[in-house]
Design a protein around this ligand. Sequence first.
Ligand SMILES: [Zn+2]
Ligand SMILES: [Zn+2]
Length: 275
Amino acid sequence: MRELMLIDSHCHIVGEQFDDDRDEVVQRAREAGVRLMLNIGTGDPHSDDFRRAVAVAEKYENVYASVGVHPHDAKLYDDKAENHLIELVRSSDKVIAWGEIGLDYYYDHSPRDVQRDVFKRQIRVARELNLPIIIHSRDADDETVAILAEAFRPAEGGTQNGIMHCFGGTAAMAEALMPLGFLISFAGNVTFKKADNLRDAARVVPLDKLLIETDCPFLTPVPFRGKRNEPAYVVHTAKFLAEFYGISVKTLADRTTRNFLEFFKLELDSVTSAG
Ligand SMILES: [Zn+2]
Ligand SMILES: [Zn+2]
């Protein structure tokens, strides 16, 4: 098991839940075989939140960052916010994606028309910056697919447009997004007893389109459900999905790691030496 190579494709280790023990959390991830983590900045784009998310990536050699305004905060998006995030992208090689962006009609923290406008606007910005996007979609699957289908043509083999994070949609949604150049990332909730709908979706995702993530500090996988989540626990989602697909956990770990590295055109050699 020491040989496992994993990547947590979506985590929030910048969160205050990790302020007391972030070094240990990153160290535990390393010991669990997590070679890379993508730390997603969220929050008020007029605050210091995103700068701190990038600083976490600058601090740890195996952490990358993403910036973009979450649909919850879409109502805060304006030119000033946009310029601030663009400057952060330009300030650090560690910022490799724009997101999480999308639609959240479960909480409706921002008006839906604003969410849609800001989602489309951020897709354009990410494109201009040549960054893939990280998508968040909750209770808005049809509109998420419609907006992405309008923005992206069916992709040639290698085109990498984005990642559908913490996949919570239907098999049909996954099937609609993969041809548009999107990878499908499953979080710890796929391990939950009642999540048959997620497993129905997982069934249609081929191994070369699959990623795994923690979305920590939330969505802690079984057997740690209820505790704070952290990147080291991505191994439990890997084990669960490997069993589900009937393959070894090493195969699943290697494959999802390769998918992530190819997607972002990264290599591991440069980041593993400090392991
Ligand atoms: Zn999300
Ligand atoms: Zn997230």
